[in-house]
Design a protein around this ligand. Structure first.
Ligand code: PGA
Length: 242
């Protein structure tokens, strides 16, 4: 299985900045074998990004998507719109979507099903917050998020899972490789198959990538702030494959 190294730009970068980013990235990235690099710009940048990365090895991802195909859903993006611009991945259930925008496991589950039905590969994000971790509830929380997020889906092999502990996102406090491995093994057990990649997210940098990826069940990363600099993202891919 290829590693999946994903960049989540969140609400950063204008289209002008995206162009600069992709110019640097596509010129300097050596197209490392065995790695799928996915970049998820903000929705408004998706179709421009699709043009910028044409003929490059970069895979395009969206940061979110709605579960309906069209209609009166102000502000939302349909899977048909993503399909139309050849967007291959969609990040679903990111903790910021859950906590700031009130997405529930049920909403995330509908989106995962719709993405699969339209051949867009979902990256389902799960993760415990600090209070839940401190109360020893991590595995219970993850089990519920996984079971509800994947409810009614018989074949989960075209889904990747991003384990992103909320306490590690944007805090500079990454999980240790040992902790990530323990949790990823737990997730693998629940999934019951080997095809999905289980990637880690939360303050991944070029300094932590190598050690984290040395764990067998860490199959890639979802990266926020460190990926906003194209050269740092290239460095992370280098560290993950050396
Ligand atoms: P971070 O974000 O790398 O800035 O911690 C990761 C994410 O939210 O996907």
């Amino acid at each position: 299985m290829n590693l999946l190294i994903g960049a989540n730009f969140k609400m950063n970068k204008t289209n002008t900045e995206l162009l600069e980013y992709f110019q640097t990235f596509t010129t300097e990235y050596p197209n490392t074998p065995g790695v799928d690099v996915m970049i998820a710009p903000a929705t408004i940048g998706l179709s421009k990004a699709a043009e910028f990365i044409e003929n490059s090895p970069i895979h395009l991802g969206a940061q979110n998507m709605f579960s309906e195909l069209s209609g009166a859903y102000t502000g939302e993006t349909s899977p048909l719109m993503l399909q139309d611009i050849k967007c291959e991945y969609v990040i679903l259930g990111h903790s910021e979507r859950r906590t700031i925008f009130g997405e529930t496991d049920e909403m995330v589950n509908k989106k995962v099903k719709t993405a699969l039905a339209h051949n867009i590969r979902p990256i389902l994000c799960i993760g415990e917050n600090l209070a839940q971790k401190e109360e020893g509830q991590t595995k219970d929380i993850l089990r519920v998020q996984l079971e509800k997020g994947l409810a009614g889906i018989e074949d989960t092999t075209n889904i990747d899972i991003a384990y992103e502990p909320v306490w590690a996102i944007g805090t500079g406090k990454s999980a240790t490789p040992e902790y990530a491995e323990e949790i990823h093994m737990f997730i693998r057990e629940i999934l019951g198959q080997q095809e999905s990649r289980i990637i880690y997210g939360g303050s991944v940098t070029e300094a932590t990538a190598h050690e984290l990826i040395s764990k067998r069940e860490v199959n890639g990363f979802l990266i926020g702030s460190a990926a906003l600099d194209p050269r740092r993202l290239i460095k992370i891919v280098e560290e993950a494959t050396r």
